[in-house]
Design a protein around this ligand. Structure first.
Ligand code: MTE
Ligand code: MO
Length: 373
């Protein structure tokens, strides 16, 4: 069993799949702190976790498949140490809500396939600069992991070279998470953090960087993590016609209370908390919450990364709001939607963004709670 030696995981994680391991924290736990503690950070593995010893670790740097350099961990550490704060979100986060529209394929994530952490390591742009790549001659930077499928193929993904070489894009080869050595599940000893981009491109257990004219040819770049029309079916889907997801759209979720909870009214009000995030470094400028189906919107208070520069808002924003409720009502329906710095807003319902893989699930979050009388 290639999964026999998997790391021990925290009991608070709700398991969505064991082999490969996929798990997320409860929504209320998720919004307890701005930085997600490592044991509660969701895990999304596609393959068995590789066991790597630091002394044996190597990172291969290649151009069109030809190796130019091999760095061990010590050589990698010669580059300037950098820390960024960034959220990582799976492309399938909130899929369980979209699956209510129509059947789809994928792990049944609730709202917890996201976490926010500090990532320390070296900048990809520094490593690439040293390689002396002619940026104009290439289009993509491909990554491979040490995790292998049964046929010996590694996990792989790629990002546009423009992102990889841009110092302001903050792409990091990370060896620490929240100031601690990277854990086995999150990519020990080195993973890529591509802030603002779908989780799938943040390759863990990084073994190889390849600069190319082409995208990664891996299944996860070519035959998965793409969006489609709501009318596309498994019978007529053509994966070649949709681009790979990179930057994520604006999204929010209500985390406390949760759907079907029973809660107390305090001074005629209820407390609601959640998170909001947008891809591409776009800042969350507002979160609107309603408990009367949009007749009245209340603006939430935001907790955000105050150090983030313009266009580099990689962290999520946490939000909280007090909603006035009628004492006589027994049930309230709460909706939340976020707005980002490009004034992108979440779509109202999942009906018109449904897709067969259940990706990009960013409709308003709608929950119903019971009120304690
Ligand atoms: N990298 C490797 N090598 N193998 C993987 O299975 N999963 C990807 C990405 N990087 C994956 C990977 C996906 S789909 C996501 S959402 C994130 O890692 C999850 O990162 P986390 O487990 O640290 O939360
Ligand atoms: Mo993912």
């Amino acid at each position: 069993d290639p999964y026999a030696n998997e790391p021990v995981r925290h009991k608070a994680l709700k398991i969505n799949g064991n082999k490969p391991f996929c798990a997320e924290p409860s929504p209320s736990l998720l919004v307890e702190s701005f930085l997600t503690p490592v044991p509660f950070f969701y895990v999304r593995n596609h393959l068995p976790v590789p066991e790597i010893e630091l002394k044996d670790y190597t990172l291969e740097l290649a151009i069109e498949g030809t190796t130019k350099k091999t760095l061990d961990f010590k050589a990698l550490n010669k580059y300037e140490k950098r820390t960024i704060t960034a959220a990582v979100m799976c492309g399938g986060n909130r899929r369980s809500e979209m699956s209510k529209v129509k059947q789809l394929k994928g792990i049944n994530w609730n709202v917890g396939a996201v976490g926010n952490a500090t990532w320390t390591g070296v900048r990809l742009c520094d490593v690439l600069k040293d390689l002396g790549v002619n940026e104009d001659a290439f289009n993509h930077v491909q990554f491979e992991g040490y995790d292998l499928d049964p046929s010996g193929m590694p996990y792989g993904a790629s990002i546009p070279i423009s992102k990889a070489i841009d110092p302001r894009a903050d792409v990091i080869l990370a060896y620490e998470m929240n100031g601690e050595t990277l854990s086995q599940d999150h990519g020990f000893p080195v993973r890529v953090i591509v802030p603002g981009v779908v989780g799938a491109r943040n390759v863990k257990w990084l073994s190889k960087i390849n600069i190319s004219k082409e995208e990664s040819q891996s299944q996860w770049q070519q035959g998965d993590y793409k969006g489609f029309s709501p009318s596309t079916t498994w019978n007529n889907v053509d994966f070649n016609k949709s681009p790979a997801i990179q930057e994520m759209p604006v999204v929010s979720a209500i985390c406390d209370p949760q759907d079907t909870d029973t809660i107390e009214i305090k001074n005629g009000k209820i407390q609601v908390k959640g998170y909001a995030w947008s891809g591409g470094g776009r800042k969350i400028i507002r979160v609107d919450v309603t408990n009367d189906k949009g007749k009245t919107w209340h603006t939430a208070d935001l907790t955000e990364d105050l150090q983030a520069n313009e266009g580099r808002h990689w962290s999520w924003s946490l939000w909280n709001v007090e909603l006035p409720v009628d004492k006589k009502s027994r049930e309230v329906e709460i909706w939340a939607k976020a707005v980002d710095s490009s004034y992108n807003v979440q779509p109202e319902s999942f009906n018109n963004i449904y897709n067969i893989r259940g990706l990009l699930c960013n409709a308003y979050h709608k929950i119903k709670v019971q009120l304690k009388q």
